[in-house]
Ligand binder design. Structure first.
Ligand code: 5CU
Length: 377
């Protein structure tokens, strides 16, 4: 009998297809791609926290470069497959990276979503069985266009869900106007991959951040808090009860939700307004219940401490390995070799649940295969 082999699945792995990069190259406000005479690679500038350094580098050729180098890892399918092979990844569920189509006008976003989703579909078809994808929705488009986009991606063979930011239609994910979309997504058996982009307002980071602290504060703290706030707002608005079939994978192991769920629960229980309005009575599902029934978490948290909290919150059967490629490349070793950001996440799984354990096999790939139906064409 053949020896059992653990299959590794990366559910958190992004790309910007060439057509999307072209749009970024044509833009003068973030998100954008810009070439600077002092650097070989163009720079990809995405975050609000990078606006100040963009202005400085535009005015002063000696200033530090904004954003991150736009290497072939962001747009090349061959590079994605090379990365998978280098890290022993059998299957990747690829998704457009932030900020998706959030910055396009209502008139532009529907067509662009269709073409980006077709492009992802075509890339997956070049590597059958190895690549699946989370589609992108044209959130700035009218409801009709949005619902048509859900139907479109439901019919794409390798699509297994949609990647969603936290702004929804512009007012967040607790906006009642978003409910028909979430209902349509759930009815289509598409899993939502919730991913942050906007972080927290720049002022929170203080006056030294832009010059002295690189991207650490917005990425390490802003992103996870953004996810935590978005999901807590959904919980408080009753979205999970209203769309009972909604299934969401939360990026970065749920931000800080596994750690803060108890505090959220306690604040709900002790809130005079919620109690008076009858929102805390019998039949209320707790945050813990929602986490175990409708939420999955990726395992992109880089340490066993965070991973253990994530496992405790949702169960090891709801966690899925991810890399966040092409973000967080090695800075001092060859980008074509192994990435420390990947080995940190893999080591966290081993340390949290034991090398070769059933739970490790599940988190590294088994869960994703069954939850996202990756055994089916
Ligand atoms: O490094 C970054 O800015 C990012 C980003 O923008 N999106 C992401 O998924 N990871 C890191």
């Amino acid at each position: 009998m053949a020896a059992f082999k653990m299959r590794v699945v990366d559910i958190h792995t992004h790309m910007y297809p060439p057509s999307y990069i072209k749009i970024l190259e044509s833009r003068s406000a973030i998100p954008l791609v810009r070439t600077f005479p002092q650097a070989a690679d163009p720079r990809l500038i995405l975050l609000e926290a990078e606006v100040k350094s963009l202005e400085e580098a535009t005015q002063d050729a000696t200033a530090k470069l904004p954003g991150r180098p736009l290497t072939s890892h962001f747009a090349s399918l061959a590079q994605k497959v090379h990365f998978m092979d280098t890290h022993g990844i059998d299957i990747s569920v690829i998704s457009l990276a932030n900020p998706w189509l959030d910055f396009l006008s209502a008139a532009e976003s529907g067509k662009m979503a269709e073409s980006v989703n077709e492009e992802f579909s075509r890339m997956c078809s070049e590597h059958p069985g190895r690549l699946f994808f989370f589609a992108t929705l044209p959130l700035t488009a009218p409801l009709e266009t949005l619902l048509a986009a859900v139907s479109h991606v439901q019919g794409l063979k390798y699509c297994r869900g949609i990647i969603l930011g936290t702004t929804g239609l512009g007012k967040g994910l607790d906006d009642p106007a978003l409910l028909p979309i979430l209902e349509a997504v759930a009815a289509a058996h598409l899993t939502v991959f919730l991913h942050p982009h906007y972080g927290l307002p720049n002022e929170v980071w203080g006056p030294r951040a832009s010059a002295e602290y690189g991207h650490v504060l917005p990425l390490a703290l802003g992103f996870p808090m953004e996810t935590t706030i978005a999901v807590t707002r959904m919980y408080l608005a009753g979205v999970f009860d209203k769309v009972r079939d909604l299934r969401m994978i939360l990026a970065h192991s749920g931000g800080t939700l596994p750690f803060l769920a108890g505090r959220i629960e306690s604040c709900v229980l002790h809130d005079g307004q919620l109690v008076r309005e009858g929102k805390v009575g019998k039949g209320r599902r707790t945050v813990w219940e929602v986490l175990k029934e409708q939420i999955y978490l990726d395992a992109v948290i880089y340490s066993e401490v965070g991973l253990k909290a994530a496992i405790d919150a949702t169960g090891a059967d709801r966690l899925m390995f991810g890399t966040d490629h092409p973000f967080f490349p090695p800075l001092e070793t060859d980008e074509q070799g192994e990435w420390e950001s990947v080995s940190l996440n893999a080591a966290a799984v081993t340390k949290a649940v034991g090398e070769g354990s059933g739970e490790a096999t599940a988190i590294m790939g088994g869960n994703a295969i069954s939850i996202l139906r990756l055994d089916q064409d």
